[in-house]
Design a protein around this ligand. Sequence first.
Ligand code: NDP
Length: 481
Amino acid sequence: MNRKLTTESGSQVADNQNSQTAGAEGPVLLQDQHLIEKLARFNRERIPERIVHARGSGAFGHFEVTNDVTPWTRASFLSEIGKKTETFARFSTVAGGRGSLGTARDPRGFAVKFYTEEGNYDLTGNNTPIFFIRDPLKFPDFIHSQKPDPYTNRQEPDNVWDFFSLSPEATHMFTWLFGDRGIPASYRHMNGYGSHTFQWVNGAGEAFWVKYHFKTDQGIRTLTNEEAARIGGEDPESHQSDLLGAIDQGDYPSWTLKVQIMPTEQAKNYRFKPFDLTKVWPHADFPLLEVGRLVLDRNPDNYFADVEQAGFDPGHFVPGIGPSPDKMLQGRLFAYGDAHRYRLGVNHTQLPVNRPHATDADNYGRDGSMRFDGNKGREKNYEPNSFGGPIQTGESLYSGLDSQGQSGTFEWNDRQGDDYSQAGALYRLMSEDARSRLVASIADGLSQVSKQDIIDRSVEHFRAADPEYGNRVEQAVENRR
Ligand code: NDP
Protein backbone atom coordinates (compact mmCIF):
# COMPACT_ATOMS: atom_id res chain seq x y z
CA MET A 1 0.00 0.00 0.00
CA ASN A 2 1.28 3.51 -0.85
CA ARG A 3 2.24 5.76 2.03
CA LYS A 4 -0.13 8.70 2.32
CA LEU A 5 1.45 12.15 1.76
CA THR A 6 0.35 14.55 4.50
CA THR A 7 0.75 18.15 5.62
CA GLU A 8 2.89 18.95 8.67
CA SER A 9 -0.20 18.48 10.80
CA GLY A 10 -0.87 15.04 9.36
CA SER A 11 -3.85 15.62 7.12
CA GLN A 12 -3.70 14.12 3.66
CA VAL A 13 -2.45 16.06 0.63
CA ALA A 14 -4.68 15.50 -2.35
CA ASP A 15 -2.53 17.27 -4.97
CA ASN A 16 1.23 17.90 -4.65
CA GLN A 17 1.67 19.02 -8.28
CA ASN A 18 -0.83 21.84 -8.78
CA SER A 19 -1.32 24.77 -6.40
CA GLN A 20 -4.85 26.08 -5.89
CA THR A 21 -5.85 28.90 -8.26
CA ALA A 22 -8.92 31.07 -8.79
CA GLY A 23 -10.09 29.21 -11.87
CA ALA A 24 -7.85 27.25 -14.23
CA GLU A 25 -6.05 30.39 -15.53
CA GLY A 26 -6.29 32.52 -12.35
CA PRO A 27 -3.85 33.59 -9.59
CA VAL A 28 -2.80 31.39 -6.68
CA LEU A 29 -4.98 31.42 -3.55
CA LEU A 30 -3.83 32.23 -0.02
CA GLN A 31 -6.14 29.49 1.23
CA ASP A 32 -3.77 26.84 -0.24
CA GLN A 33 -2.38 25.87 3.18
CA HIS A 34 -0.21 23.09 1.77
CA LEU A 35 1.52 25.48 -0.64
CA ILE A 36 2.06 28.18 2.01
CA GLU A 37 3.41 25.67 4.51
CA LYS A 38 5.72 24.07 1.97
CA LEU A 39 7.21 27.39 0.80
CA ALA A 40 7.53 28.73 4.35
CA ARG A 41 9.32 25.60 5.55
CA PHE A 42 11.65 25.71 2.58
CA ASN A 43 12.63 29.31 3.43
CA ARG A 44 13.66 28.12 6.88
CA GLU A 45 15.77 25.07 5.94
CA ARG A 46 19.10 26.74 6.64
CA ILE A 47 20.29 27.28 10.19
CA PRO A 48 23.16 29.69 10.93
CA GLU A 49 26.36 28.15 9.67
CA ARG A 50 29.25 27.78 12.06
CA ILE A 51 31.43 30.92 12.06
CA VAL A 52 34.39 28.52 11.82
CA HIS A 53 34.43 24.83 10.83
CA ALA A 54 31.31 25.33 8.68
CA ARG A 55 32.14 22.66 6.08
CA GLY A 56 32.37 19.21 7.58
CA SER A 57 31.77 15.46 7.41
CA GLY A 58 30.99 13.05 10.21
CA ALA A 59 30.62 9.38 11.08
CA PHE A 60 29.82 7.14 14.02
CA GLY A 61 32.10 4.44 15.34
CA HIS A 62 33.73 3.22 18.50
CA PHE A 63 36.83 3.66 20.60
CA GLU A 64 38.57 0.60 22.04
CA VAL A 65 41.16 0.77 24.80
CA THR A 66 44.38 -1.12 23.95
CA ASN A 67 46.66 -0.11 26.82
CA ASP A 68 46.42 0.35 30.59
CA VAL A 69 46.27 4.09 31.33
CA THR A 70 44.75 3.77 34.82
CA PRO A 71 47.99 5.01 36.45
CA TRP A 72 47.13 8.44 34.97
CA THR A 73 43.35 8.71 34.67
CA ARG A 74 40.31 7.27 36.34
CA ALA A 75 38.06 8.07 33.35
CA SER A 76 35.80 5.05 33.22
CA PHE A 77 35.78 4.72 29.42
CA LEU A 78 39.59 4.27 29.58
CA SER A 79 39.52 1.92 32.57
CA GLU A 80 40.09 -1.50 30.96
CA ILE A 81 41.87 -2.93 27.96
CA GLY A 82 39.21 -4.04 25.47
CA LYS A 83 36.57 -1.60 26.69
CA LYS A 84 34.58 -0.11 23.80
CA THR A 85 32.75 3.22 23.75
CA GLU A 86 30.46 4.51 21.01
CA THR A 87 31.82 7.64 19.29
CA PHE A 88 30.86 10.26 16.73
CA ALA A 89 33.58 12.17 14.86
CA ARG A 90 33.29 15.30 12.75
CA PHE A 91 36.05 16.58 10.48
CA SER A 92 36.00 20.01 8.86
CA THR A 93 37.88 22.82 7.22
CA VAL A 94 38.06 26.04 9.26
CA ALA A 95 37.93 29.33 7.37
CA GLY A 96 35.64 28.59 4.40
CA GLY A 97 31.84 28.69 4.49
CA ARG A 98 29.62 25.64 3.94
CA GLY A 99 29.97 25.70 0.16
CA SER A 100 33.70 26.41 0.08
CA LEU A 101 36.44 24.35 -1.51
CA GLY A 102 37.02 21.13 0.45
CA THR A 103 40.64 20.87 -0.64
CA ALA A 104 41.63 24.32 0.66
CA ARG A 105 44.95 24.90 2.42
CA ASP A 106 43.44 25.23 5.87
CA PRO A 107 43.63 23.38 9.18
CA ARG A 108 41.12 20.55 9.55
CA GLY A 109 38.90 20.17 12.59
CA PHE A 110 39.11 16.74 14.26
CA ALA A 111 36.34 16.52 16.86
CA VAL A 112 35.43 13.29 18.65
CA LYS A 113 32.47 12.70 20.93
CA PHE A 114 32.79 9.71 23.27
CA TYR A 115 29.36 8.58 24.51
CA THR A 116 30.61 7.26 27.87
CA GLU A 117 28.49 5.89 30.71
CA GLU A 118 29.71 8.85 32.77
CA GLY A 119 28.40 11.36 30.22
CA ASN A 120 29.67 12.59 26.88
CA TYR A 121 33.35 13.48 26.57
CA ASP A 122 34.12 15.81 23.65
CA LEU A 123 37.68 16.08 22.40
CA THR A 124 37.48 19.02 20.03
CA GLY A 125 40.81 19.06 18.24
CA ASN A 126 42.45 19.80 14.91
CA ASN A 127 44.79 18.01 12.53
CA THR A 128 47.56 20.26 13.87
CA PRO A 129 49.17 19.89 17.30
CA ILE A 130 49.48 23.69 17.52
CA PHE A 131 47.52 26.83 16.67
CA PHE A 132 48.12 30.34 15.30
CA ILE A 133 47.60 32.23 18.56
CA ARG A 134 47.66 31.56 22.28
CA ASP A 135 45.10 34.05 23.60
CA PRO A 136 41.36 33.82 22.88
CA LEU A 137 41.12 37.62 22.84
CA LYS A 138 42.85 37.52 19.45
CA PHE A 139 40.60 34.86 17.93
CA PRO A 140 37.88 37.05 16.34
CA ASP A 141 40.56 39.29 14.80
CA PHE A 142 42.51 36.33 13.52
CA ILE A 143 39.43 34.77 11.90
CA HIS A 144 38.42 38.11 10.37
CA SER A 145 41.84 38.21 8.70
CA GLN A 146 41.14 34.80 7.10
CA LYS A 147 37.51 35.40 6.11
CA PRO A 148 36.25 37.50 3.17
CA ASP A 149 37.30 41.17 3.29
CA PRO A 150 34.52 43.68 4.14
CA TYR A 151 34.91 45.40 0.74
CA THR A 152 36.13 42.77 -1.74
CA ASN A 153 34.21 39.88 -0.14
CA ARG A 154 37.07 37.47 -0.82
CA GLN A 155 40.00 36.23 1.22
CA GLU A 156 42.72 38.86 0.84
CA PRO A 157 46.46 38.06 1.01
CA ASP A 158 46.93 41.55 2.53
CA ASN A 159 44.76 40.63 5.53
CA VAL A 160 46.12 37.10 6.00
CA TRP A 161 49.76 38.23 5.94
CA ASP A 162 49.23 41.51 7.79
CA PHE A 163 47.83 39.67 10.79
CA PHE A 164 50.64 37.12 10.58
CA SER A 165 53.36 39.76 10.30
CA LEU A 166 52.07 41.33 13.52
CA SER A 167 51.68 37.98 15.35
CA PRO A 168 55.10 36.31 15.67
CA GLU A 169 53.60 33.45 17.70
CA ALA A 170 51.89 32.27 14.47
CA THR A 171 55.23 31.44 12.76
CA HIS A 172 55.14 27.78 13.84
CA MET A 173 51.55 27.27 12.64
CA PHE A 174 52.14 29.11 9.34
CA THR A 175 55.12 26.84 8.72
CA TRP A 176 52.90 23.85 9.37
CA LEU A 177 50.03 25.14 7.24
CA PHE A 178 52.13 26.04 4.22
CA GLY A 179 54.05 22.76 4.50
CA ASP A 180 52.89 19.54 2.89
CA ARG A 181 50.46 18.67 5.68
CA GLY A 182 48.54 21.91 5.05
CA ILE A 183 46.35 20.11 2.49
CA PRO A 184 45.44 16.55 3.56
CA ALA A 185 44.46 14.19 0.73
CA SER A 186 41.38 13.22 2.74
CA TYR A 187 40.07 13.24 6.27
CA ARG A 188 41.18 9.61 6.55
CA HIS A 189 44.78 10.43 5.76
CA MET A 190 45.53 12.96 8.49
CA ASN A 191 46.39 12.83 12.17
CA GLY A 192 44.25 14.47 14.82
CA TYR A 193 45.51 16.27 17.91
CA GLY A 194 43.77 17.48 21.05
CA SER A 195 46.22 20.39 20.62
CA HIS A 196 45.58 21.84 24.08
CA THR A 197 47.04 20.51 27.27
CA PHE A 198 44.42 18.75 29.40
CA GLN A 199 44.42 17.38 32.92
CA TRP A 200 44.15 13.70 33.77
CA VAL A 201 43.53 12.60 37.36
CA ASN A 202 43.98 9.02 38.54
CA GLY A 203 42.09 7.02 41.16
CA ALA A 204 44.44 8.24 43.89
CA GLY A 205 43.67 11.87 43.01
CA GLU A 206 47.08 12.51 41.41
CA ALA A 207 47.01 14.97 38.51
CA PHE A 208 49.00 14.89 35.23
CA TRP A 209 49.10 17.11 32.16
CA VAL A 210 48.30 15.33 28.91
CA LYS A 211 48.32 15.94 25.16
CA TYR A 212 46.38 13.73 22.71
CA HIS A 213 47.58 12.47 19.31
CA PHE A 214 45.34 10.45 16.96
CA LYS A 215 47.73 8.85 14.46
CA THR A 216 46.04 7.83 11.23
CA ASP A 217 46.26 4.08 10.50
CA GLN A 218 45.73 4.88 6.80
CA GLY A 219 49.08 6.73 6.64
CA ILE A 220 49.60 10.45 6.04
CA ARG A 221 48.72 11.54 2.51
CA THR A 222 48.70 15.12 1.30
CA LEU A 223 47.94 17.08 -1.87
CA THR A 224 50.18 19.57 -3.66
CA ASN A 225 48.65 22.93 -4.59
CA GLU A 226 48.17 21.69 -8.15
CA GLU A 227 46.52 18.42 -7.08
CA ALA A 228 44.26 20.29 -4.66
CA ALA A 229 43.16 22.71 -7.39
CA ARG A 230 42.43 19.87 -9.82
CA ILE A 231 40.68 17.53 -7.37
CA GLY A 232 38.77 20.39 -5.73
CA GLY A 233 37.70 21.63 -9.16
CA GLU A 234 36.42 18.22 -10.18
CA ASP A 235 34.76 17.45 -6.83
CA PRO A 236 34.64 20.22 -4.20
CA GLU A 237 33.15 17.55 -1.91
CA SER A 238 36.08 15.16 -2.36
CA HIS A 239 36.71 14.83 1.41
CA GLN A 240 33.03 14.04 2.02
CA SER A 241 32.95 11.57 -0.90
CA ASP A 242 36.09 9.84 0.35
CA LEU A 243 34.92 9.34 3.95
CA LEU A 244 31.37 8.37 3.00
CA GLY A 245 32.52 6.00 0.25
CA ALA A 246 35.16 4.25 2.37
CA ILE A 247 32.70 3.54 5.17
CA ASP A 248 29.95 2.48 2.74
CA GLN A 249 32.38 -0.04 1.24
CA GLY A 250 33.37 -1.45 4.65
CA ASP A 251 36.85 0.08 4.50
CA TYR A 252 36.61 1.56 7.99
CA PRO A 253 39.13 4.30 8.79
CA SER A 254 40.89 4.13 12.13
CA TRP A 255 43.31 6.11 14.25
CA THR A 256 45.60 5.00 17.07
CA LEU A 257 45.22 7.31 20.04
CA LYS A 258 48.42 8.13 21.88
CA VAL A 259 49.12 10.58 24.68
CA GLN A 260 52.07 12.49 26.03
CA ILE A 261 52.07 12.80 29.80
CA MET A 262 53.81 15.48 31.85
CA PRO A 263 53.95 15.24 35.65
CA THR A 264 52.55 18.44 37.16
CA GLU A 265 55.75 19.07 39.14
CA GLN A 266 57.83 18.96 35.94
CA ALA A 267 55.47 21.50 34.32
CA LYS A 268 56.43 24.10 36.91
CA ASN A 269 60.04 24.16 35.74
CA TYR A 270 59.84 22.97 32.12
CA ARG A 271 61.82 25.25 29.81
CA PHE A 272 58.68 26.70 28.21
CA LYS A 273 55.10 26.93 29.42
CA PRO A 274 53.41 23.60 28.70
CA PHE A 275 50.09 25.42 28.23
CA ASP A 276 51.18 27.37 25.15
CA LEU A 277 49.03 26.33 22.18
CA THR A 278 51.66 27.51 19.69
CA LYS A 279 54.11 24.85 20.89
CA VAL A 280 54.36 21.06 20.86
CA TRP A 281 55.89 19.00 23.60
CA PRO A 282 59.00 17.45 22.02
CA HIS A 283 58.66 13.69 21.66
CA ALA A 284 62.17 13.21 23.05
CA ASP A 285 61.04 14.74 26.37
CA PHE A 286 57.54 13.29 26.42
CA PRO A 287 57.26 10.02 24.47
CA LEU A 288 53.97 8.89 23.00
CA LEU A 289 52.05 6.29 24.99
CA GLU A 290 49.36 4.22 23.24
CA VAL A 291 45.81 4.42 24.62
CA GLY A 292 43.49 2.82 22.08
CA ARG A 293 41.94 2.80 18.63
CA LEU A 294 39.20 4.94 17.12
CA VAL A 295 37.27 3.22 14.31
CA LEU A 296 34.58 4.90 12.19
CA ASP A 297 32.18 2.31 10.78
CA ARG A 298 28.75 3.91 10.33
CA ASN A 299 27.67 6.78 8.13
CA PRO A 300 24.86 8.94 9.51
CA ASP A 301 21.60 8.26 7.63
CA ASN A 302 20.88 11.97 7.50
CA TYR A 303 23.59 14.59 7.12
CA PHE A 304 21.62 17.49 8.59
CA ALA A 305 20.37 15.56 11.61
CA ASP A 306 23.71 14.26 12.77
CA VAL A 307 26.49 16.29 11.14
CA GLU A 308 25.03 19.78 10.73
CA GLN A 309 23.35 19.59 14.13
CA ALA A 310 26.34 18.07 15.90
CA GLY A 311 27.60 20.23 18.74
CA PHE A 312 31.00 19.51 20.29
CA ASP A 313 32.03 21.33 23.45
CA PRO A 314 35.55 21.21 24.94
CA GLY A 315 33.86 21.81 28.30
CA HIS A 316 32.21 18.38 28.16
CA PHE A 317 34.54 16.45 30.46
CA VAL A 318 34.07 13.21 32.36
CA PRO A 319 35.46 12.40 35.84
CA GLY A 320 39.23 11.97 35.60
CA ILE A 321 39.68 14.49 32.76
CA GLY A 322 39.67 18.27 33.10
CA PRO A 323 41.00 21.56 31.75
CA SER A 324 44.43 23.14 31.98
CA PRO A 325 45.27 26.86 32.29
CA ASP A 326 45.82 27.00 28.47
CA LYS A 327 44.23 30.39 27.73
CA MET A 328 42.87 29.29 24.33
CA LEU A 329 41.24 26.26 25.94
CA GLN A 330 39.72 28.45 28.63
CA GLY A 331 38.24 30.68 25.91
CA ARG A 332 36.86 27.69 24.02
CA LEU A 333 35.22 26.36 27.18
CA PHE A 334 32.88 29.34 26.81
CA ALA A 335 32.76 29.83 23.06
CA TYR A 336 31.65 26.38 21.86
CA GLY A 337 28.58 25.97 24.04
CA ASP A 338 27.69 29.56 23.29
CA ALA A 339 27.96 28.94 19.54
CA HIS A 340 25.58 25.98 19.81
CA ARG A 341 23.09 27.91 21.89
CA TYR A 342 23.04 30.55 19.13
CA ARG A 343 23.09 28.13 16.19
CA LEU A 344 20.93 25.26 17.48
CA GLY A 345 19.22 26.62 20.59
CA VAL A 346 19.45 26.02 24.29
CA ASN A 347 18.04 22.50 23.96
CA HIS A 348 20.66 21.31 21.43
CA THR A 349 22.02 18.84 24.00
CA GLN A 350 18.81 16.81 23.60
CA LEU A 351 19.25 16.22 19.87
CA PRO A 352 19.96 12.54 19.16
CA VAL A 353 23.56 13.12 18.06
CA ASN A 354 24.34 15.35 21.04
CA ARG A 355 22.54 13.73 23.95
CA PRO A 356 24.28 11.16 26.15
CA HIS A 357 23.84 7.64 24.70
CA ALA A 358 25.20 5.50 27.55
CA THR A 359 23.57 7.42 30.41
CA ASP A 360 20.88 10.07 30.87
CA ALA A 361 21.16 13.78 31.56
CA ASP A 362 19.28 14.44 34.82
CA ASN A 363 19.10 18.01 36.10
CA TYR A 364 16.85 21.03 36.67
CA GLY A 365 17.37 22.75 33.31
CA ARG A 366 13.88 23.32 31.89
CA ASP A 367 11.88 24.94 29.12
CA GLY A 368 13.58 27.02 26.42
CA SER A 369 12.91 27.12 22.73
CA MET A 370 12.01 23.75 21.15
CA ARG A 371 12.05 21.62 24.29
CA PHE A 372 10.82 18.36 22.80
CA ASP A 373 11.42 15.62 25.36
CA GLY A 374 8.50 16.14 27.77
CA ASN A 375 10.48 18.63 29.89
CA LYS A 376 10.60 16.18 32.85
CA GLY A 377 6.82 16.24 33.22
CA ARG A 378 5.60 16.91 36.76
CA GLU A 379 9.03 16.58 38.38
CA LYS A 380 10.18 19.43 40.63
CA ASN A 381 12.34 21.98 38.81
CA TYR A 382 14.43 23.22 41.74
CA GLU A 383 17.14 21.85 43.97
CA PRO A 384 17.47 21.04 46.82
CA ASN A 385 14.07 19.39 47.06
CA SER A 386 12.50 16.66 49.16
CA PHE A 387 10.80 14.87 46.26
CA GLY A 388 13.60 12.54 45.20
CA GLY A 389 15.11 14.69 42.46
CA PRO A 390 18.75 14.30 41.38
CA ILE A 391 21.35 15.53 43.87
CA GLN A 392 25.00 16.52 43.68
CA THR A 393 27.52 13.71 44.16
CA GLY A 394 30.21 15.59 46.10
CA GLU A 395 32.90 13.71 44.14
CA SER A 396 36.12 15.38 43.06
CA LEU A 397 35.96 15.28 39.25
CA TYR A 398 39.38 16.71 38.50
CA SER A 399 42.09 18.55 40.36
CA GLY A 400 42.02 22.31 41.04
CA LEU A 401 44.34 24.59 39.07
CA ASP A 402 47.05 26.51 40.95
CA SER A 403 46.62 30.26 40.80
CA GLN A 404 48.11 33.16 42.69
CA GLY A 405 48.55 36.92 42.45
CA GLN A 406 46.24 39.76 41.51
CA SER A 407 43.96 39.61 38.52
CA GLY A 408 44.87 41.73 35.50
CA THR A 409 46.14 41.51 31.93
CA PHE A 410 49.66 40.17 31.68
CA GLU A 411 52.19 40.05 28.86
CA TRP A 412 52.93 36.45 27.89
CA ASN A 413 55.95 35.30 29.91
CA ASP A 414 57.52 32.54 27.90
CA ARG A 415 60.26 31.39 30.31
CA GLN A 416 63.23 30.51 28.06
CA GLY A 417 60.96 29.72 25.11
CA ASP A 418 60.36 31.87 22.06
CA ASP A 419 58.06 32.17 19.06
CA TYR A 420 60.49 30.76 16.53
CA SER A 421 62.56 27.76 17.60
CA GLN A 422 59.87 25.12 16.99
CA ALA A 423 59.03 26.66 13.60
CA GLY A 424 62.73 26.30 12.76
CA ALA A 425 62.75 22.70 14.01
CA LEU A 426 59.79 21.90 11.76
CA TYR A 427 61.49 23.54 8.76
CA ARG A 428 64.67 21.58 9.38
CA LEU A 429 62.92 18.21 9.62
CA MET A 430 61.46 18.66 6.13
CA SER A 431 63.21 17.14 3.12
CA GLU A 432 64.71 19.49 0.54
CA ASP A 433 61.70 18.90 -1.76
CA ALA A 434 59.27 19.64 1.08
CA ARG A 435 61.15 22.85 1.94
CA SER A 436 60.94 23.99 -1.70
CA ARG A 437 57.18 23.39 -1.75
CA LEU A 438 56.80 25.20 1.60
CA VAL A 439 58.73 28.25 0.37
CA ALA A 440 56.81 28.28 -2.93
CA SER A 441 53.41 28.08 -1.21
CA ILE A 442 54.29 30.93 1.14
CA ALA A 443 55.66 33.05 -1.69
CA ASP A 444 52.56 32.44 -3.84
CA GLY A 445 50.49 34.21 -1.18
CA LEU A 446 53.02 36.69 0.22
CA SER A 447 53.96 38.01 -3.22
CA GLN A 448 50.37 39.17 -3.71
CA VAL A 449 50.55 41.49 -0.69
CA SER A 450 50.35 45.19 -1.61
CA LYS A 451 52.38 46.65 1.29
CA GLN A 452 56.13 46.06 1.49
CA ASP A 453 56.26 46.44 5.29
CA ILE A 454 53.90 43.45 5.66
CA ILE A 455 56.18 41.37 3.43
CA ASP A 456 59.31 42.49 5.28
CA ARG A 457 57.90 41.70 8.72
CA SER A 458 56.70 38.28 7.53
CA VAL A 459 60.08 37.41 6.04
CA GLU A 460 61.77 38.40 9.30
CA HIS A 461 59.62 35.89 11.22
CA PHE A 462 60.72 33.09 8.90
CA ARG A 463 64.33 34.28 9.10
CA ALA A 464 64.15 34.20 12.90
CA ALA A 465 62.93 30.59 12.66
CA ASP A 466 65.85 29.67 10.40
CA PRO A 467 68.02 32.10 8.38
CA GLU A 468 67.95 29.83 5.30
CA TYR A 469 64.15 29.63 5.51
CA GLY A 470 63.73 33.43 5.63
CA ASN A 471 66.27 34.04 2.86
CA ARG A 472 64.56 31.55 0.57
CA VAL A 473 61.11 33.05 1.19
CA GLU A 474 62.46 36.55 0.52
CA GLN A 475 64.07 35.42 -2.75
CA ALA A 476 60.98 33.52 -3.89
CA VAL A 477 58.75 36.54 -3.21
CA GLU A 478 61.10 38.81 -5.18
CA ASN A 479 61.13 36.36 -8.08
CA ARG A 480 57.34 36.55 -8.31
CA ARG A 481 57.07 40.35 -8.27
P1 NDP B 1 60.21 14.54 16.41
O1 NDP B 1 61.28 14.33 15.38
O2 NDP B 1 60.14 13.60 17.56
O3 NDP B 1 58.76 14.55 15.74
C1 NDP B 1 58.55 15.20 14.53
C2 NDP B 1 57.11 15.05 14.13
O4 NDP B 1 56.92 15.83 12.95
C3 NDP B 1 56.67 13.66 13.81
O5 NDP B 1 55.61 13.37 14.69
C4 NDP B 1 56.14 13.73 12.36
O6 NDP B 1 54.93 13.12 12.27
C5 NDP B 1 55.95 15.21 12.16
N1 NDP B 1 56.14 15.71 10.80
C6 NDP B 1 56.93 15.24 9.84
N2 NDP B 1 56.83 16.00 8.73
C7 NDP B 1 55.94 16.97 9.00
C8 NDP B 1 55.38 18.06 8.28
N3 NDP B 1 55.72 18.33 7.01
N4 NDP B 1 54.49 18.85 8.86
C9 NDP B 1 54.14 18.62 10.12
N5 NDP B 1 54.61 17.60 10.87
C10 NDP B 1 55.51 16.80 10.32
O7 NDP B 1 60.44 16.04 16.88
P2 NDP B 1 59.86 16.94 18.05
O8 NDP B 1 58.85 16.28 18.90
O9 NDP B 1 61.03 17.51 18.75
O10 NDP B 1 59.18 18.10 17.19
C11 NDP B 1 59.91 18.77 16.18
C12 NDP B 1 58.92 19.49 15.31
O11 NDP B 1 58.06 18.50 14.75
C13 NDP B 1 58.02 20.40 16.11
O12 NDP B 1 58.53 21.69 16.19
C14 NDP B 1 56.74 20.33 15.37
O13 NDP B 1 56.67 21.35 14.41
C15 NDP B 1 56.75 18.99 14.66
N6 NDP B 1 55.81 18.04 15.26
C16 NDP B 1 55.93 17.70 16.59
C17 NDP B 1 54.94 16.98 17.20
C18 NDP B 1 55.00 16.75 18.66
O14 NDP B 1 53.93 16.54 19.26
N7 NDP B 1 56.15 16.73 19.28
C19 NDP B 1 53.79 16.46 16.46
C20 NDP B 1 53.83 16.76 15.05
C21 NDP B 1 54.79 17.57 14.52
P3 NDP B 1 54.76 11.55 11.81
O15 NDP B 1 55.27 10.75 12.94
O16 NDP B 1 53.32 11.42 11.59
O17 NDP B 1 55.55 11.42 10.53
